[in-house]
Design a protein around this ligand. Structure first.
Ligand code: ZN
Length: 172
């Protein structure tokens, strides 16, 4: 297993629409395991393949609370097939370090995907897991959580993020 470098906005791979996975190969299973290790090390609750520079439709998530056993979900070609309710919770992103904002999402989603064995799975999620599914699936379409901000908040984000990037460069 290996830790993968996480791409930061404005890396162009984050704005690309990722390609579907036709077959879950051993190579892709290794990528999924490396992504999970990278997510746990960060630490984060979700990671999409474009965030490690691979433009393919694959995400990993683990929204278990602290003290709970891990609940790793590896999802190839995830698709939201139903959703309901509204939520407005603070989000952050490993590809947008140092910035957090509340985002409007659906409160519950039903997601269809293929698992590590290529089997078709359907799962209904609520709470943090529902938000994480929407956030990570957005990544596969080249959408970042800050793309959901109002134009005014997006202006604030751009100014603040510029400073965050400059500080990160100084620390290198
Ligand atoms: Zn993200």
């Amino acid at each position: 297993m290996a830790l993968l470098p996480i791409r930061h906005y404005p890396d162009p791979v984050l704005k690309q629409k990722a390609l579907p996975v036709e077959t879950v190969t051993e190579e892709l299973r290794t990528l999924a395991r490396d992504m999970a290790e990278t997510m746990y090390a960060a630490p984060g609750v979700g990671l999409a393949a474009p965030q490690v520079g691979v433009s393919k439709r694959l995400i990993v998530l683990d929204c278990a609370g602290s003290g709970e056993p891990p609940q790793l979900i590896t999802a190839f070609n995830p698709q939201i097939v139903a959703s309901e309710g509204e939520s407005y919770e603070e989000e952050g992103c490993l590809s947008v370090p140092g910035y957090y904002s509340a985002i409007h999402r659906r409160a519950q989603v039903t997601v269809r995907f293929q698992d590590m064995e290529g089997r078709s799975v359907e799962m209904t999620a609520a709470g943090l897991l529902a938000i994480a599914f929407q956030h990570e699936i957005d990544h596969l379409d080249g959408v970042l959580f800050v793309d959901h901000l109002s134009p005014l908040k997006k202006g604030f984000f751009r100014k603040k993020y510029q400073k965050i990037l400059e500080q990160m460069k100084e620390q290198l």
